[in-house]
Ligand binder design. Structure first.
Ligand SMILES: [Zn+2]
Length: 270
């Protein structure tokens, strides 16, 4: 802690903040809360996936300690959507199978669905699956959806921070119409072991691996706060948009266990 308050040019503050986050023990998270409160640097820790509750006593990691790589495996073209949705982690579902009519108008693309009962370390949830989806939008966006106990999105609200590029939007619209049947498959959760290729802090150089479930968020975009209770949302997964080609960049899913909210979010490549 003393080092955090007395940093010098050789050891910038952010490095010591990263170290505190990497240690992650209850003592480190208590130090994090004390330091963040006294220096007003809460946002730095929120960007790393830590929530600072109002009582200021201990920071809370809003991600699982354990993570798995997500490997894509195509399915037979003859598989119907009704058969595809029965798989634990399907890719490429029709929107009508993941959202009720009211929310469907905001959603144009399905990247993946995860069976949350197979993801260790999540908070207790009233729903058992979550869907990473996209709106018809080309800039930075976060799509907040209310999810039912039947795992269907019932309401959707889009938050955007950039203007649309009309040409890109026209291309995306054409893709939405012409490629709804493309890129169907399922995901397998792989352990972080010596079968993966680790490079530049990610596992995506491994054949057919497009991202991870679990672990901290990338921090390339501002991590979303729940639109209902305001708490930093819990990071579920992050994949490259090339998993099921639509838009460009990373796509992440976040949860709020108290308010039945799932956020899908876009980030640029870096
Ligand atoms: Zn909430």
């Amino acid at each position: 802690m003393r080092r955090l308050y007395h940093t010098d040019q050789d050891c910038p503050t952010y490095l010591l903040e990263y170290m505190l986050a990497a240690i992650g023990t209850p003592a480190a998270r208590a130090a994090m809360a004390e330091y963040a409160t006294s220096t007003h640097r809460q946002k730095n820790f929120m960007d790393l996936g830590f929530w600072l509750p109002a009582d200021g006593k201990i920071a809370e990691a809003r991600f699982t300690q354990h993570r798995s790589a997500l490997r894509f495996q195509p399915v037979a073209d003859t598989l119907t959507p009704e058969e595809l949705i029965k798989l634990p982690h399907p890719v490429g579902l029709p929107i009508s199978l993941v959202a009720e009519e009211k929310a469907q108008t905001m959603i144009s693309w399905h990247y993946l669905t995860l069976d949350l009962t197979q993801v260790a370390g999540l908070p207790t949830l009233a729903f058992s699956r979550a869907h990473l989806v996209s709106p018809l939008h080309t800039g930075s966006w976060t799509l907040f959806c209310t999810i039912s106990e039947q795992n269907l999105y019932t309401q959707a609200k889009l938050s955007t921070s950039e203007d649309e590029d009309p040409e890109q939007l026209a291309l995306l619209r054409a893709q939405t119409i012409n490629y709804q049947d493309a890129g169907k498959g399922e995901l397998r959760l792989l352990p972080y072991d010596d079968q993966l290729v680790y490079r530049n802090g990610h596992t995506q150089s491994t054949a057919h691996v497009y991202g991870d479930v679990g672990g901290p968020p990338l921090g390339l975009s501002e991590n979303p706060s729940c639109p209902i209770c305001g708490k930093l949302m819990f990071h579920l997964c992050t994949i490259a948009s090339t998993l099921r080609e639509y838009g460009a960049g990373f796509r992440s899913a976040f949860l709020c266990e108290d308010c039945q909210q799932v956020a899908s979010q876009s980030s640029g490549w870096n």
